[in-house]
Ligand binder design. Sequence first.
Ligand code: OOB
Length: 563
Amino acid sequence: MSAGTGTLATETLAGQAVAADAYDPMLDGVVPYPRDVADRYLAAGYWGDRTLDRLVRDTAARRPHHPAVIDRDRTATYAELVKRFDAAAAALRARGVAPGDRVLIHLPNVLEFFDAVYGTISLGALPVFAVHTHRHAEMEHLAQASGAVLLLTSRQIPGLDADAFAAELAARLPGLPLAYAEDLCAEHPDGAVRAAETPAPCPRPAHAAAFLQLSGGTTGRPKLIPRTHRDYAYSVERSAEVCGLDDSTVFLAGIPLAHNFAASSPGYMGVLATGGTVVAALNGSPDLVFGLVERHRVTLAAAVPPLALSWLNSPARSRYDLSAWKVLQVGGAKLARATAERIEPELGPRLQQVFGMAEGLVCYTGLDDDADTVLGTQGRPMSDADEVLVLDDDGRPVPDGSPGNLWVRGPYTIRGYYGNPPANAASFTEDGFYGSGDIVIRHPNGCLSVVGRTKDIINRGGEKVSPDEVEGALLRHPGVHDASLVGEPDEALGERTHAYVVPRAGAEPPKAKALRAWLRTSGLADHKVPDLVTVVDRLPTTHVGKISRTTLRPAPRLPQGES
Ligand code: OOB
């Protein structure tokens, strides 16, 4: 089953095989950091030698009996969690997964998510982070793009008939075996993992690629983002420091743990590296979240803006004791100032804005920043090694206070997507700066405000929707001649999706409700089904005949002074 592992030399470090060359990320298609830059990051201590499972194993050695993960009525202490990783790794190995293989992870926020992720990592294989709301259309793309050898899914995905989903995938992806993460530890219950079959913790060195994340901030289908152990470990540990985590932190994510925000900013990885407790919430509904905050004395929670708004507007909050809750992090999409202003007075916790991207850069507002900074900016880059440029369309720096395109380079920002030279040519400069497509204003104190996006992706409450993908799905409907999807301002979501559909001549014009139902059954994730559908006679075009999404959009999307 092994693919793309590169060559593992036999030099030995603490009994483990490591690559002789500490620069090669050991995965085809990964763009490495230039050697002189890597030397600088190593010498300055940004990069260390711990793998991501090692961060948790070290905590387990320090406080084995502390609760690490709580999922409903199940609590795993650190010692138990690490045993589960080893059992899961042994089960995966028994299924033929080898170091360097890719494993598609499709799990909600449950204890088994940790088995799947860290079991895969402990084996030296690479998780590919699908989101549990993805369905077969996304799975096919991700399986193909990553070359995954196994899909790990769950019987606990809300609203999904797991057996029917498995049967459908087996028919569409006959070459991709599927396993339930719930079976991994059952196949190798704690005591049954014999020393001989327990793989050594992660046989890959810290400079190797650790996993593939999905891009959220660009156009088209999600691209695969390779992160190395050492760059991600730095991002996680620096985040934990900036956010003031300690071993009394109790963290709850209202969003999927598979997303970069909930994973590393500081996310479950930051908490598990520091010695706190992660409370797994199956969804972000106010009653569930408030109940967990009260019961487990949650101190830190992470949400996207629409979720934060739903918590704010829920009458349920007065019924719960939320007094332990110190900080609410909001990120993933622009938080309206009016919402930001209500958080501390109405909900209790202090607000921390988080502006990040799976490609790397993460910015935080500080817990002691003044009100204008916390309410009106998305924070400052977390590392003094982040090189942030704000440039006009001709690549010239714009002064502080003026909007410009964001470009970034640094010790935890990737140098290229996985196996995707065209995307790299479009999004990276030759000297390694990543262009996020965000239009930002830098303030004199170094904080950034996000004011728009140059690219077309629609940010529907933190869920990124690609017009190309939805239009492609619409075009497969027999009654549709052409279609265009645009984002429109929406109070709750930030942006909602609006599909303009041209009916096929001679066919019965599709009805909005039926079309939306059809998209769902065609395998598109729920959040990608358009919020509004309007049937039109024709779509506006540019001078060269391309469909003009700009003309369809109801209002100018950028502040004055920009074009
Ligand atoms: C996070 O990561 P992605 O990869 O899903 O999306 C990145 C894009 C950014 O380029 C930006 O367009 C948008 O999402 N975004 C924000 C934002 N945070 C992200 N736009 C405005 N305000 C914010 N606070 O979304 C992500 C990764 C790590 C931490 C937090 C979010």
